[in-house]
Design a protein around this ligand. Structure first.
Ligand SMILES: [Zn+2]
Length: 275
């Protein structure tokens, strides 16, 4: 059975050159698409998500097809728009390289298959939300709902994130996700409710409730206390060490995303160690 905690470990030398080229182009393109989604979803973006062709964020001139090629486009233009000469954000090549590394990690751990594809999708959503929340405290509801549906679909149909200990309890796979969604959403809602009673204002954003529900739909209810604990711990560290965090709101969603990723890696190491 395919399971995310059951990696198959493929040696990179077993891929053909064609495979490697396709993997490289695919993941660089995912990165390129991801940074343009982030740019278009920022609250003050001049470009809507629905506009297909990419434009320079500064002068809004359409970018030539050749310059749209991930990494290469950035290098050809030496990091500047050829129309208005303004600097192209290094965030674009950074994101493209990030996804290339993720691609190498996933395909060497899982081969080219369901686990790698689903986790790429999850990383994609997490990456978008992480930066939007960190910079703008904004968690778009449709990306949150995408995470919820990925969790429910792939756990109900393939039990992708469900480890054996949960199945021993005799609970149906779909309830793994539904309980996770319910407890994730309602736990943060409840914390916020109590905060509101005492402080007369919201302590946690509504986007965080759905995001934590989505994380629950992927990782199940038992993972939630651990993820919440690590996320809060990271939030505290940020609060103590960041100058930006003086009195403003914390990007709590970003910390939940980081901690669910940490949880995943720890769990993966744990299972690889046992098996
Ligand atoms: Zn320009």
């Amino acid at each position: 059975m395919i399971n995310i905690y059951n990696p198959v470990f493929v040696n990179i030398s077993s891929f053909s050159i064609i495979d490697l080229i396709i993997i490289t182009i695919f993941f660089l393109s995912v990165g390129s698409f991801c940074s343009s989604v982030i740019f278009r979803l920022t609250p003050d973006s001049p470009l809507p998500l629905s506009k297909i062709r990419s434009s320079c964020p500064a002068c809004l001139k359409k970018i030539d097809v050749i310059n749209l090629i991930p990494l290469l486009g950035f290098m050809i233009q030496s990091g500047k728009c050829k129309f208005c000469n303004s600097n192209i954000s290094k965030f674009y090549p950074f994101t493209e390289i990030f996804f290339l590394l993720i691609g190498i990690l996933l395909t060497t751990n899982y081969g080219i298959g369901l686990s790698a594809i689903v986790y790429t999708l999850i990383i994609f959503c997490f990456y978008v939300l992480f930066f939007l929340d960190y910079k703008y405290l904004y968690l778009p509801v449709y990306i949150n709902l995408l995470i919820v549906s990925i969790g429910i679909t792939f756990n109900a149909k393939y039990q992708l994130f469900i480890d054996e200990t949960f199945l021993i309890l005799g609970i149906k796979p779909i309830f793994f996700s539904l309980y996770g969604l319910f407890f994730g959403y309602s736990s943060l809602w409840l914390i916020n409710f109590m905060f509101k009673v005492i402080k007369k204002k919201d302590g946690i954003g509504g986007g965080d409730f759905i995001l934590f529900g989505g994380i629950g739909a992927i990782h199940g209810p038992i993972a939630l206390p651990v993820i919440l604990f690590i996320g809060s711990f990271l939030g505290c560290l940020y609060f103590i060490f960041s100058k930006k965090a003086d009195n403003t709101e914390l990007p709590f969603g970003s910390f939940l995303i980081l901690s669910s990723f940490i949880y995943f890696v720890l769990n993966l190491m744990n299972f690889s160690f046992i098996n």
